[in-house]
Write a protein that binds this ligand. Structure first.
Ligand code: SRM
Ligand code: SF4
Length: 515
């Protein structure tokens, strides 16, 4: 739909871009873009609309694009991983991949002229990157051990795929959902440990029984933004697994048609819920759905602390194990990806899973092969028993590639954790999350200690610094952390973190570092 000149005059920049031409329309122009090159492209297409196809122009590395995939439930097979490895391999030291905080992969270094061929390669192995950026529904998350965890309540893999298929028209792109007021996150949990961080999604399905029947309580409106962060609130609805796809559709339609669009800082679903009140929102969803929603079950089944799944675990299938490998801050290079694909093929069934903590799980390793699997040299690089601070470290992209970033994150995070670990002994992991700016992609509010990038003045100079968050609780009774200290220069951060670790997490100073 193309808006009239008078109508577009009052729209904000992003609404204007969308009303002039749907983001998905650039799909038909990729061969042309590849021919003319990124420098000659119209800015709206290059900087924004390409994101509807998961292609992100990076002002920090102009000409080297980022490609964000969609990996529903964070599941990928070895053939797919090899294709992705071969894609980043062609870019040499510019090429790598990051596991994201939504159980997904982003490829780096991509050149526009290669996109048509890359898309053919992705399609051949059943991968898509469609609708993964801008005002679209992001990668849909689920328990990383669905179908293999002996204690799960429901295997959500098929459901997550169905929701993605509905939203993206089976990966081809679906103009019904390409002009939402803002980005949108969905999570579906069939596990007991809230592995998906349900509370920070626009819609989350949480396992709950109504009498004897299994289904989900639904919470809505959770989000982080620079302006505001809020945990999701109950919709007071319980749905069966069969009702999940229609309910997602109905909520998306209500959001699409009624969500606030004037101010981009106030366009996420929670702002509409605020304006209407949850009762009216619920009844509008019911109207769209064409039926009454059943009231929420009295209690849900999230009764465990969150498990990071690093290490060796028995599967529900007798004789099989899954092994969680720690991938420092989620960064992979082509050779790593090829190795991971190989060990998944040789020892498992060619399946690889990603976690929201930016790690990898290889399932289906039978008892007889386990020792050989664990002696593979890649297990030294991607440990099954990493040290406590490194183990639970999460970081967003930061200044290396992201133009919103106020600080460098990933490399700094790894180095600082290693330094702290030489000075301190910790008995258990402390979840430290880094995020390069207040957009909170690294989810500092769910961490034990969250570090949010900022600029700091010190001795007349502007330096990279962080605001410190604490109190994030995950799993059962999840709650968001809050800012406890502002504007700590990164160069002064180590002693501050050391004190916090000693005071709140029982860290002990190693003898060579005590005075
Ligand atoms: Fe994010 C924008 C990276 C998870 C909140 N996020 C961005 C952009 C696209 C900005 C840009 O164009 O440069 C970043 C791309 C940088 C790059 O080159 O990698 C970016 N976000 C990421 C990832 C890769 C962080 C990571 O290292 O893992 C995550 C990708 C997930 C995925 O696979 O789709 C990522 N972003 C999140 C999350 C966490 C989550 O979903 O659990 C959040 C907070 C939760 C939420 O959205 O409610 C998040 N990202 C944002 C926001 C703030 C949204 C808002 O309502 O204001 C922005 C800015 C925006 O959309 O305008 C943003
Ligand atoms: Fe970029 Fe900020 Fe998101 Fe980090 S939190 S990836 S710096 S937008």
């Amino acid at each position: 739909m193309v808006a009239t000149a008078t109508a577009t005059a009052s729209l904000n920049k992003f609404e204007k871009i969308k009303s002039e031409k749907d983001g998905l329309a650039v799909k038909a122009q990729l061969e042309d873009f590849a021919k003319i090159g990124w420098e000659a492209m119209e800015e709206g297409d290059r900087d924004y609309r390409l994101k509807w196809l998961g292609i992100f122009f990076r002002p920090v590395t102009p000409g080297k694009f980022m490609l964000r995939l969609r990996l529903p439930h964070g599941i990928i097979n070895a053939d797919q991983m090899r294709v992705l490895a071969e894609i980043v391999q062609r870019y040499g030291s510019d090429g790598n991949a990051d596991i994201t905080t939504r159980q997904n992969l982003q490829l780096r270094g991509i050149r526009l002229e290669d996109i048509p061929e890359i898309f053919r390669l992705l399609k051949a192995v059943g991968l898509t990157s469609v609708q993964s950026g801008m005002d679209n529904v992001r990668n849909i998350t689920g328990s990383p051990v669905a179908g293999i965890d002996a204690d799960e309540l429901f295997d959500t893999r098929e459901l997550v795929q169905q929701v993605q298929d509905m939203i993206t028209n089976k990966g081809e792109g679906n103009p019904e959902f390409t002009n939402l007021p803002r980005k949108f996150n969905i999570a579906i949990a069939g596990c007991r440990d809230n592995s998906v961080h349900a509370e920070i999604n626009d819609i989350a399905f949480i396992p709950a029984f109504s009498g004897e029947s299994f289904g989900f309580n639904v919470i809505v409106g959770g989000f982080f933004s620079a302006k505001r962060c809020d945990a999701a609130i109950p919709l007071n609805a319980w749905v069966t697994p069969e009702e999940v796809v229609p309910l997602c559709r109905a909520i998306l339609e209500v959001f699409r048609d009624n969500g606030l669009r004037a101010n981009r800082q106030k366009a996420r679903l929670m702002w509409l819920i605020d304006e209407w009140g949850i009762e009216k929102f619920r009844s509008e969803v019911e109207k769209q759905l064409g039926k009454t929603l059943k009231e929420a079950a009295a209690k849900d089944e999230i009764i465990w602390e969150k498990c990071d799944r690093i290490g060796v675990y028995r599967q529900k299938q007798p004789g099989f194990n899954y092994v969680g490998l720690h991938i420092p801050v989620g960064r992979l290079f082509a050779q790593d990806m090829l190795e991971i694909a190989r060990i998944a093929d040789v020892y498992g069934k060619g399946e690889i899973r990603l976690t929201v903590e930016q790690n990898i799980i290889i399932p289906h390793i039978n008892d007889a092969c386990l020792a050989a699997f664990l002696s593979e040299s890649i297990i030294k690089k991607f440990a099954i028993n990493p040290t406590p601070l490194t183990r639970a470290l999460v970081s967003c992209t930061g200044a290396e590639f992201c133009n919103f970033a106020l600080i460098e994150t990933k490399n700094r995070a790894v180095e600082l954790m290693q330094e702290l670990e030489t000075e301190l002994t910790l008995k258990k992991p402390v979840r430290i999350h880094w995020t390069g700016c207040p957009n909170s992609c690294g989810q500092p509010q769910v961490a034990d200690i969250g570090l949010m990038g900022t600029k700091v003045r010190k001795n007349g100079q502007t330096l990279e610094g962080v605001d410190i968050y604490m109190g994030g609780k995950v799993g059962k009774d999840a709650q968001l952390g809050t800012c406890i200290r502002k504007s700590v220069p990164c160069e002064d951060l180590k002693p501050v973190l050391r004190e916090l670790l000693i005071k709140h997490f029982d860290a002990e100073i190693n003898s060579e570092f005590s005075n």
